[in-house]
Design a protein around this ligand. Structure first.
Ligand SMILES: Cc1ncc(COP(=O)(O)O)c(C=O)c1O
Length: 441
């Protein structure tokens, strides 16, 4: 090992308890420790600040409708766990006929307004498995700059050309398609970094005009948006015009799985082509039982959806009134766009010192100097908790240097200049590393 790496290793205090790592691993880990943790974050890990105390208020959970611990779901799950007799621990591709997985797939398809659906091990596995199985090296995949990383990873796994378009800009997507030909258009219904809503109808039109396939990730809208929680595609009456919807069920459904809506005829093909489906085991009966009960609960949860949207609107307008630029989004995910990692560290510390815990998003989830604190709302937040968040956000403005944030400065500019700045920024945003790797336009 070189002296430099040895020194890095010592500085980084990397553990040598197990078998010695070769230099290429040591160097990579040590560089992270030295460059990021020590130099940029001053020795404190940006994602891990204080331990939350008993009176902490959490704005980091994706359990939007507060299903975790809900008695009907817990009972359904534990009943299934106590009956393991017919359980087979294997890949779901071997399942056929009438079985608990396919029954739930039909139920969730009916819930979203689709013909059929596929359950996957996670939202990540759903997105990677879908794109990897419908694209190949000859297929252009057009992704919104802010599309979830799992969708980029799916294009990568397919060896497809990933071509980004400006966030929420259907015209730009169409211009890109006119250059490179029909392919797969990939959007999120609600974006996970800033809570912006996709203009879905525009993308459906572009997909139809250009002969492209449209994939919509409904992770942050299934259960929370649309009639009885059926999602944004259903809300807009677009179910028959969207080719595939995907979703993580680790958000409003409160469990660990993913979903793809599709025609029934697609399922046999998927079982032979989707690597996450083939090479990883399927869901267990107690997991299926949870989602079965969750679907019933969600259909009847209009009151919780209404509360979630009311809380989101209230917090958004209060934060805007305090001078935070939350204009990028409109839904239950609210981002404080602090900018650099140092500014985000200061924000995290100021919030946590006052008992407010959000989720730090930084590279690779955002571009390097577009780090942010993501606050996710849920239906069970009390008026006292919301007041506390708003009061804390008011109190810390000088401490965190809110006036100097780039996002705040953008707010002060004329609307036209702001639009241009947002667009310039969005051409830099999150997935630049992958774009470079793919050689995307
Ligand atoms: C939009 C979106 N898609 C997919 C995923 C992946 O979901 P899962 O956590 O179930 O793998 C996430 C989760 O971060 C997400 O936000």
């Amino acid at each position: 090992m070189s002296n430099t790496n040895q020194a890095c290793l010592q500085t980084a205090n990397v553990s040598r308890a197990a078998a010695a790592w070769p230099d290429f691993v040591t160097t990579r880990v040590a560089e992270h420790e030295v460059e990021r943790v020590q130099k940029r974050w001053g020795g404190s890990h940006l994602l891990h600040g204080r331990q939350p105390g008993p009176d902490a208020v959490h704005f980091s959970s994706n359990d939007y409708l507060c299903l975790l611990g809900e008695q009907a779901l817990v009972t359904a799950q534990s009943t299934a766990m106590s009956r393991p007799e017919s359980e087979l621990l294997m890949s779901a591709i071997f399942l056929h006929g009438n079985n608990p997985t396919s029954r739930l797939e039909h139920k969730l398809a009916a819930f979203t307004g689709a013909e059929d659906s596929l359950l996957c091990q996670s939202g990540w596995a759903a997105n990677v498995g879908l794109l990897q199985s419908i694209a190949n090296e000859r297929t252009p995949v057009y992704l919104d700059m802010l599309a979830h990383m799992s969708l980029w990873e799916g294009a990568h796994a397919a060896h497809a050309r990933a071509i980004p378009f400006i966030h929420n800009d259907a015209e730009h997507a169409e211009r890109q398609i006119r250059k490179d030909g029909p392919g797969i258009i990939v959007v999120d219904a609600v974006y996970s970094t800033n809570g912006s809503l996709c203009p879905l109808a525009d993308f459906v039109d572009v997909a139809e005009r250009t002969g492209s396939v449209l994939v919509v990730d409904e992770s942050h809208s299934l259960g929370t948006h649309g009639p009885a929680g059926a999602g944004l595609v259903a809300q807009l009456g677009l179910s028959r015009r969207v080719h595939f919807q995907t979703a993580s069920l680790a958000k409003a459904f409160g469990g660990r799985a993913g979903l793809i809506t599709c025609p029934s005829s697609f399922k046999g093909y998927f079982a032979m082509e989707s690597r996450p489906a083939i090479f990883s085991s399927g869901l267990l009966h107690h997991e299926l039982a949870w989602f079965d009960a969750a679907a019933d609960f969600i259909v009847a949860a209009d009151d919780r959806r209404a509360r979630l949207h009311a809380v989101s609107g209230e917090v958004r307008s209060a934060l805007a009134g305090l001078g935070y630029n939350v204009s990028a989004g409109s839904e239950q995910i609210i981002s404080l766009e602090s900018g650099t990692e140092q500014q985000t560290l200061a924000l995290r510390n100021a919030l946590q010192a006052r008992g407010i815990f959000g989720a730090v998003f930084c590279a690779p989830a955002t571009a390097r100097d577009r780090a942010l604190m993501r606050l996710t709302m849920n239906a069970c937040l009390t008026a006292v908790e919301i007041d506390r968040l708003i009061q804390v956000c008011a109190e810390i403005r000088d401490e965190i240097g809110l006036a100097s944030w780039r996002s705040t400065q953008r707010l002060r500019n004329a609307p036209r200049a702001r639009l241009v700045a947002d667009r310039q920024a969005s051409t830099l945003v999150p997935h630049e590393a992958l774009e470079t790797a793919f050689g995307a336009a």
